[in-house]
Ligand binder design. Sequence first.
Ligand code: 4NP
Length: 157
Amino acid sequence: MLKKVLFVCLGNICRSPAAEGIFQKKIKDRGLEKSFVVDSAGTGGWHVGNLADSRMRKAASARGINLESRSRQIKQIDLYEFDEILVMDKDNLEAVKSLIPDALDPVNSKIKLILSYSKKTNLNEVPDPYYGGQNGFDNVLELLNDAIDGLLESFID
Ligand code: 4NP
């Protein structure tokens, strides 16, 4: 069955496009492209229409991942369109949940911190690399690579 996965961060130019690119590469490598729809979005709209940050594109490209998505802002309908909504940090979690009209709405259970799928780190949040150096971008890719392995396992098992 087709599974629809949405990755969410603040600007949709660093962490969530990287998660989208990693996820796409892993499903392609496994011949599972037809089983998934994958997308990413930001809780903020400042960068709408922009490609991912050049520092993240460089770090991803060094790992064989081309980031081609353009930033877009999450909208309420996304909560109903997607089956799983993976957020990078607790601020994103609050911002996404604030779009739900009713606190008891079952869509609440679709929204999760991406690192809850990680096996290698005790961190709960993917750090925002925007105001830091290049190594912050590599660190984000490392964290996401592991978490997305766990996420895919949860779908396949
Ligand atoms: P992202 O990183 O949420 O991982 O895309 C950021 C991008 C832009 C800004 C903050 C974080 N900003 O303040 O413009």
